[in-house]
Design a binder for this molecule. Structure first.
Ligand code: ZN
Ligand code: ZN
Length: 291
């Protein structure tokens, strides 16, 4: 099993962005130009509870219309990002609940992502109950200082959910609001047949993508016994699994580009999630898979 295609380019995108059409501090045109300047290939504008942009292309960058819908639950909130949604999404009655929103987005040909689960205090029960998500944000730039307490990295809560059987794929998104440092940092690196809405949505559903703040995956392979990783030079490769303890789940060195983990079938390994970290402490997360 290989997580990525051998000969398909990666497109770089941010799937969660606010503008002056809700509570963001930059207008859509300037936001699109800014992400283009920083090497992004696609961007989804996801203002709160509305859909304000059409599908468009800006100097080779694809802009997908999106929205973010929020739901209040006792002790937590659920924020869902809908990608490639129609204008009528603004008519969605939030009293129907988060599952109805996910189902509607999928029915309309879009993709739904669980936003910032740690910021939202989502627990494993909540996450496991949601059906039809294409991914969850394992990293959300805006969920950290100076804009928030430090809850950007949701690896822990997504490991709890994975340990309970919900192997959600993961993206990293900026959730840009302020444009004073929360822009152009997180990315979803995605292998699509074409830089079109259809290409992006089908790649999101197929799973050929990873979340990154900088480091790059080349390949993650599993032959039934060993997980092998090749990547850009990093200082650490972590193999997260459901086991509290297993040997050799951390490979470290200077500028390493390869690491392996021998799956502990006897001990009960059920899934593996590979994380790489570069010399600056920036991480990338591969999608978890069953072993
Ligand atoms: Zn949110
Ligand atoms: Zn948001």
């Amino acid at each position: 099993m290989r997580l990525f295609h051998e000969n398909k380019p990666f497109f770089k995108g941010n799937l969660h962005t606010h503008t002056t059409n809700s509570d963001g501090k930059m207008d859509p045109q300037d936001t699109i130009a800014l992400y283009k300047q920083h090497g992004y290939d696609f961007l989804s504008i996801t203002d709160h509870r509305v859909r304000t942009t059409d599908v468009m292309e800006h100097e080779g960058m694809l802009v997908l219309p999106g929205t973010e819908m929020d739901f209040a639950l006792p002790g937590q909130t659920i924020h869902l990002v809908g990608i490639q949604v129609p204008p009528s999404i603004a008519d969605f009655d939030r009293a129907q609940g988060p599952q109805a929103f996910i189902s509607l987005v999928n029915k309309q040909g879009g993709a739904a992502i669980l936003a910032h689960p740690l910021w939202s205090f989502n627990d494993a029960d909540t996450i496991c109950a949601l059906q039809g998500l294409c991914a969850a944000e394992i990293y959300n730039t805006a969920s950290q200082p100076p804009w928030n307490p430090d809850r950007a990295d949701a690896t822990g809560i997504l490991d709890y959910a994975a340990n309970r059987g919900s192997l959600l794929r993961t993206v990293a998104s900026d959730d840009t609001h302020n444009y004073n440092g929360d822009e152009c940092r997180s990315a979803t690196m995605l292998q699509a047949d074409s830089l079109t809405p259809e290409g992006i949505i089908s790649a999101l559903k197929e799973g050929a993508f990873y979340a990154s703040l900088g480091p790059e995956f080349v390949q993650v392979e599993y032959d039934g016994n060993t997980v092998s990783v090749t990547c850009s030079p990093v200082r650490s490769i972590f193999f997260h699994t459901n086991l509290p303890w297993a040997p050799k789940r951390c490979v470290q060195g200077e500028g390493i580009t390869h690491g392996e983990y021998r799956v502990q079938h006897d001990m009960g390994d059920a899934y593996v999630r590979v994380i790489i970290e570069d010399e600056n402490g920036l991480r990338a997360w591969a999608n978890p898979f069953k072993v």
